[in-house]
Design a protein around this ligand. Structure first.
Ligand code: GAL
Length: 705
C-alpha cells in the first residue's frame, strides 16, 4: 500500500527555509519527518517547469535529483509530474499565441497556472521538449515509480479555448466525423435559424452570441474539446512510454466535474488517480458515490507501480481547503475516517496534499500535514502518522483485493453535458441529485455498486440503473435491449431517450428506440415546479412504506403490454401509469416516469434486491458505512462510523442472510467509537465449502474520542 504526501521541495530552499550556507538543508528534515510518519511515496514536480528551465533551453534537473537521492536513502518512492500545467513566463512572452482565448474572444493572460491553449502546436512542441528533457534527466532514477501527466487537466475552466488553432482543429474534427458538408447540415439540423453552411470554415465555434447555440453543434463541441484534452494527455503518455517504458502513467482526476470524458481519459492512463476534498460538510454517501464513480473509470488493463489493481488518491486533502467562504479546520479523526473510506472503496495509494503549508504563493492557507513552522508537533501530522502506522499493517492484507459489485448505475458524459444545456424541460432537475437518490438507496443498504457507460459489457450485473439518459445514442439503446434480452434487470426513468446522438428528437415516441423494451410509450411529459407535487398510487407487487410524491417531472405513459406498478393520484393524468415493468427476452425492464423522495428509492431497492438476488454486505446501523474488498479467499470488511458518537454493532446469525453473516459473527457485540473505523478479515479456508473462519483482524479506535 502506498502512503505518502505531495511534496514541493522547490518551496523549501533558502530563504523560505534552510540557510544561506546550506540552502537545501531543510529537505533532510522533511525526509526524516516523512519516515517517522510512515511515508513511502511522494509526488513532486508538477509545477516545477520554471525551476527546471528558468531560461529557454537552460535546464537544471540537478536539484530534483538531489531530492530524489535523499529519498533513496529513506526508501521513499517518487512519482514525478510532468510540469506542463504551469508553463514559465518566458514562454508566454515569447509565444503569446499559446494563451487561451475565452468565449468572448478575450485572451486569458499569463501569470497563473493553466494559461495555455491545448490546440497550440507551439505549446505541444514545448511540452514534448520539457517532457523529453525531464525523462532523460530523471527517468532512470531508481526511486521513480510512475509519472503523473500535467496536473488538474481542464481545471479553472480551461477545457475549451477559442483560439484560431482551436478553430482549425475543430473543423478538421468535424470533417473527420461528417465527411461531407451535406451530411453535417443534415445531422446538425442547421436549417433551423438559417445556420446552413457550404464550407467547413463557416461552422462556428460556440462563442458568446445573442442566444443559445444549436445543441447539436454544442454537443459536438463538447466532444471535440474532450478529444483535445485526451489527445494532449495521450501525446505525453506516448512520449513517456517511448522514453521510460517500464514506468506507468497516471493523472489526477476530479469527481466528474470537469468537462471531458473521464472514461476516455482513464483508457489513456495506466492507472487512475484522484483528488479528494473530504470535508465535514460533505455527506459521506455523496463522497462514497464520487469515489465509486472514479473507481469505476478503469476496470481493466490497470498497470500500477506494484502490480495492484485499484486506484490512487494522489491528493487527499490533509486539512482545510482554501476556496470556501469560511475554511474551518477538519475535526480530529475526520481525515482518518475519509482516508479509510477511500481505502475501503478500492484505493491502494493515498497521498496527502500537501506536505507543508507553503510560505509563498496563493495556497499558503491550505491545510497541510505540517503547518508553516514545519516542526512536526502539530495535530494533523500526529493524525497522519497514526494512519501511516495502521495502513502499514493493512497493506499486506489488502494487496490484490478489489471491489466486486453486482449492481451498476449508468452514466454518460454526452448525456451529462447535454443536461447542462439551457432550455431544458425543467431547469430544476439535477442529474447528480437524481443519481444520488438511487446511489443512497444502494449505499445505505450496503450493496456495492459500480458505475459504467452504457457501451460497456453489462452482462456481469444483476441490476442496471439508467437514470435520465436524455441523450441516448441508438447503439446505446441497442445494448440496453441486449442486456435485458439476456436476462438482466434494467431500471430507467423519465427524461430518457428524448434525443439521439445527433440531438434529434424521435418521431416514433419516447423513449426513443426503447418503447418496445419497456412496453410503453411516453405520450407527453409534465415538468412540475419545485414544491408542486403529484402522488403515486401503488399497485401490484411493489410495497410502499410511505406515501410517495411525484416531483419535478411526470411522464404521461401509454402502456403497450407492460405491467403497471404505480399510477398518478391526481391531475388530468390521474390513474395513468407512473411506474411499470415489462418482460423482455429473459429479463425485465422497469420504468419510473417521475422523481420521488428518498424513501421511494429505499422501497425500490428493497423490492429489486429480492427480485435480483442482491445481498447487502452486512446489516449495521444506518450511520455505519460498510464496504468490502475481496480476493480469492479473503474478504476485508470496513465499518466506518460517520456519527459523532459511539455506536454498538451486533452481528447474529439469522435466516435469509447473506454469507457474510450466515456463518457466524465477525465481532459480537461491538462498539465503534465516534468517527471510528473497524476492519475485519474473513478467510474462506475452502471457498467451495461454506466453512468460514471469521477474524476480527484489527480494530482501530481513534485515539481522540
Ligand atoms: C488540486 C491541485 C493542487 C491544488 C489543489 C487545491 O486540484 O492539483 O495543485 O491546487 O487542487 O485544492
Amino acid at each position: 500500500m502506498y502512503f505518502g504526501v505531495d511534496y514541493h521541495p522547490e518551496h523549501w530552499v533558502y530563504p523560505y527555509d534552510g540557510t544561506p550556507e546550506a540552502p537545501e538543508s531543510r529537505w533532510e528534515r522533511d525526509v526524516e519527518l516523512m519516515v517517522q510518519a510512515g511515508v513511502n511515496v511522494v509526488r513532486m514536480g508538477e509545477f516545477a517547469w520554471g525551476c527546471y528551465e528558468p531560461e529557454e533551453g537552460k535546464y537544471d534537473f540537478g536539484w530534483m535529483r538531489r531530492v530524489m537521492d535523499l529519498f533513496t536513502k529513506a526508501e521513499i518512492k517518487v512519482v514525478l509530474g510532468t510540469p506542463t500545467a504551469a508553463p514559465p513566463l518566458w514562454l508566454a512572452k515569447k509565444h503569446p499565441e499559446i494563451l487561451p482565448i475565452d468565449a468572448r474572444g478575450l485572451k486569458r493572460h499569463e501569470g497563473t497556472r493553466r494559461a495555455y491553449c491545448m490546440n497550440s502546436n507551439v505549446y505541444w512542441d514545448y511540452c514534448q521538449r520539457i517532457v523529453r528533457e525531464l525523462a532523460g534527466a530523471l527517468g532512470n532514477h531508481p526511486q521513480l515509480i510512475a509519472w503523473q501527466i500535467d496536473n488538474g487537466l481542464g481545471g479553472h475552466d480551461t477545457e475549451a479555448s477559442f483560439n484560431e488553432e482551436t478553430r482549425r482543429d475543430w473543423h478538421a474534427w468535424l470533417k473527420a466525423k461528417y465527411d461531407t458538408i451535406d451530411r453535417l447540415n443534415e445531422l446538425m439540423g442547421t436549417r433551423f435559424w438559417s445556420q446552413g453552411v457550404t464550407d467547413w470554415d463557416q461552422v462556428p465555434m460556440p462563442m458568446a452570441a445573442p442566444t443559445v447555440h444549436n445543441p447539436a453543434l454544442l454537443i459536438d463541441w463538447m466532444r471535440f474539446c474532450s478529444d483535445t484534452i485526451v489527445a494532449f494527455a495521450r501525446m505525453q503518455r506516448d512520449l513517456l512510454r517511448e522514453l521510460t517504458p517500464n514506468l506507468p502513467v497516471t493523472q489526477n482526476l476530479r469527481a466528474l466535474t470537469r468537462l471531458f470524458d473521464h472514461f476516455d481519459m482513464a483508457e489513456v492512463m495506466d492507472f487512475v488517480s484522484v483528488d479528494s476534498n473530504a470535508t465535514i460538510k460533505t455527506k459521506s454517501a455523496e463522497l462514497a458515490c464520487e469515489i465509486d464513480m472514479m473507481r469505476s473509470l478503469k476496470k481493466t488493463n490497470i498497470r500500477m507501480p506494484d502490480g495492484d489493481c485499484g486506484f490512487w488518491v494522489i491528493e487527499q486533502k490533509a486539512g482545510n481547503v482554501n476556496w470556501q467562504e469560511v475554511n474551518s479546520l477538519l475535526r480530529p479523526q475526520v481525515v482518518r475516517l475519509f482516508t479509510y473510506q477511500l481505502v475501503s472503496r478500492g484505493a491502494c495509494g493515498v497521498l496527502y496534499f500537501l506536505w507543508r503549508q507553503p510560505r509563498i504563493g496563493s495556497e499558503k492557507f491550505y491545510g497541510g500535514v505540517l503547518t508553516h513552522t514545519g516542526r512536526g508537533d502539530n495535530r494533523v501530522y500526529q493524525e497522519i502518522k497514526e494512519i501511516g502506522q495502521e495502513l502499514k499493517q493493512l497493506g499486506r492484507v489488502l494487496k490484490g483485493t478489489r471491489i466486486a459489485a453486482e449492481s451498476c448505475i449508468l452514466t454518460s458524459h454526452d448525456n451529462d453535458w447535454n443536461l447542462k444545456f439551457v432550455n431544458q424541460p425543467n431547469k430544476y432537475f439535477n442529474q447528480r441529485e437524481h443519481v444520488q437518490l438511487f446511489y443512497n438507496a444502494l449505499h445505505d443498504r450496503n450493496i456495492p455498486v459500480d458505475f459504467a457507460r452504457p457501451t460497456e459489457d453489462l452482462s456481469k450485473y444483476k441490476l442496471v440503473i439508467a437514470p435520465s439518459l436524455q441523450l441516448l445514442a441508438g447503439g446505446e439503446a441497442d445494448l440496453l435491449k441486449l442486456y435485458v434480452q439476456n436476462g438482466g434487470t434494467l431500471v430507467a426513468t423519465f427524461n430518457t431517450g428524448l434525443v439521439d446522438e445527433h440531438h434529434i428528437a424521435p418521431d416514433t415516441g419516447f423513449p426513443h428506440d426503447l418503447t418496445e423494451l419497456f412496453g410503453l410509450e411516453v405520450l407527453e411529459f409534465d415538468p412540475l415546479p419545485p414544491g408542486e407535487e403529484n402522488h403515486l398510487t401503488i399497485k401490484g407487487a411493489f410495497a410502499a412504506t410511505h406515501l410517495h410524491p411525484a416531483k419535478l417531472w411526470c411522464d404521461a405513459i401509454e402502456p403497450k403490454g407492460c405491467q403497471v406498478l404505480a399510477s398518478y393520484a391526481k391531475d388530468f393524468y390521474a390513474g395513468r401509469p407512473a411506474m411499470t415493468m415489462n418482460s423482455f427476452g429473459q429479463g425485465r425492464a422497469i420504468y419510473i416516469g417521475t422523481m420521488s423522495h428518498q424513501f421511494f428509492y429505499y422501497d425500490l431497492i428493497v423490492w429489486l434486491r429480492q427480485m435480483c438476488n442482491l445481498f447487502p454486505l452486512l446489516k449495521v446501523p444506518d450511520t455505519v458505512e460498510v464496504s468490502m474488498r475481496e480476493k480469492e479467499n479473503t474478504r476485508i470488511y470496513f465499518l466506518l462510523n460517520h456519527q459523532n458518537s459511539p455506536v454498538r454493532i451486533s452481528f447474529f446469525n439469522g435466516p435469509g442472510l447473506n454469507d457474510a453473516r450466515a456463518h457466524g459473527p465477525i465481532f459480537n457485540p461491538e462498539r465503534s467509537a465516534a468517527r471510528g473505523v473497524q476492519v475485519a478479515r474473513r478467510l474462506r479456508s475452502n471457498p467451495k465449502s461454506s466453512k468460514i473462519r471469521d477474524h476480527a483482524m484489527k480494530r482501530f479506535p481513534p485515539s481522540t474520542p
